[in-house]
Write a protein that binds this ligand. Structure first.
Ligand code: C5P
Length: 230
C-alpha cells in the first residue's frame, strides 16, 4: 500500500491502436487495480447516438445523452469489457463506424465536460488504471504515474486490421490507415483535451515491442512512481 491516503492512479494515454486496452487490462490485473476505458465511454455515447439517430454534431442532445449513461468496466483476458446498465456491450462498441463517430462526439466540449465526473468516479482503492487520450492531462492531472503509449500509424493499422478481421468486420487495410490518420488528426488538433503526453508522462513507443515488454515497462513506471515512493 502507498503512504498517501489517496487512491493511486496510473494513466495510459496515446493514439488509437497503440495497444492501450490490452496493456491496461494486463497491468490492472497484475496490480489488482480497477480500470477505466475512457475510449469505451466515448464509444458508448457514439453507439447510443447512432442507435437513436441523434445528429453527431448536436452538442445539446449529445450532452443530455451523457447524463443517462450507466457504464462499468471489467478487465478480462482479451482486454477490458464495457457494460452498459449491467449488460456487456461486446463487439458492437469496437466497430469501425462507432470508432469514427466517437472521435466526432469527443471533439465537443459539452460532451467532454459532461463525462468528467463519471470518469473521476472510477478512482477507488486499491488503485485505478485509466486508459485514454487526456487521462494524465485533464481527467487525472494529479495521477501518481503517467504513461504515453505510442506506435507508428502503420503498426497501429496492422494491429487494428487483425483485431477487426478476427471479429468478422469487413475492412480494408488502406481504409483503416486513412481512418486512423483522420482520427489522429482530429484527436491531436482539437481545441479541447488534444491527445498529447502530459509533461510528467513517460513515453513508451510500442512499434517494435511485444505486449509483455510493454507491460513490464509500464509496471516499472508504477513501481518507481507509486510503490518506491511509499
Ligand atoms: O481509444 P478508443 O479508440 O476506443 O477511443 C475512441 C475515440 O474516443 C477516440 O478516437 C477519441 O476521439 C475519443 N477519446 C477521447 N478521449 C479519451 C478517450 C477516447 O477523446 N480519453
Amino acid at each position: 500500500m502507498t503512504k498517501t491516503s489517496r487512491c493511486p492512479v496510473l494513466t495510459i494515454d496515446g493514439p488509437s491502436g497503440a495497444g492501450k486496452g490490452a496493456v491496461s487490462a494486463r497491468v490492472a490485473t497484475a496490480l489488482g487495480w480497477g480500470v477505466l476505458d475512457s475510449g469505451a465511454v466515448y464509444r458508448s455515447v457514439a453507439l447510443a447516438a447512432l442507435t437513436n439517430k441523434t445528429d453527431l454534431a448536436d452538442e445539446t442532445a449529445l450532452t443530455a445523452l451523457c447524463a443517462d449513461l450507466d457504464l462499468g468496466f471489467e478487465p478480462g483476458p482479451d482486454g477490458i469489457q464495457a457494460c452498459l446498465g449491467g449488460r456487456r456491450l461486446g463487439d458492437a462498441l469496437r466497430a469501425e463506424e462507432v470508432g469514427v463517430a466517437s472521435s466526432q462526439v469527443a471533439a465537443l466540449p459539452g460532451v467532454r465536460a459532461a463525462l468528467l465526473d463519471l470518469q473521476r468516479a472510477f478512482r477507488a482503492v486499491p488503485g485505478l488504471v485509466a486508459d485514454g487520450r487526456d487521462m494524465g492531462t485533464v481527467v487525472f492531472p494529479d495521477a501518481e504515474a503517467k504513461v504515453f503509449l505510442d506506435a507508428s500509424v502503420e503498426e497501429r493499422a496492422r494491429r487494428r486490421y487483425r483485431q477487426l478481421k478476427a471479429n468478422g468486420d469487413d475492412v480494408t487495410f488502406d481504409r483503416l490507415i486513412s481512418d486512423l490518420q483522420a482520427r489522429d488528426r482530429r484527436d491531436r488538433e482539437r481545441t479541447v483535451s488534444p491527445t498529447l503526453p502530459a509533461d510528467d508522462a513517460v513515453v513508451v513507443d510500442s512499434t517494435s515491442l511485444g505486449l509483455e515488454e510493454v507491460v513490464e515497462r509500464v509496471l516499472a513506471v508504477v513501481t518507481e512512481r507509486v510503490f518506491d515512493r511509499s
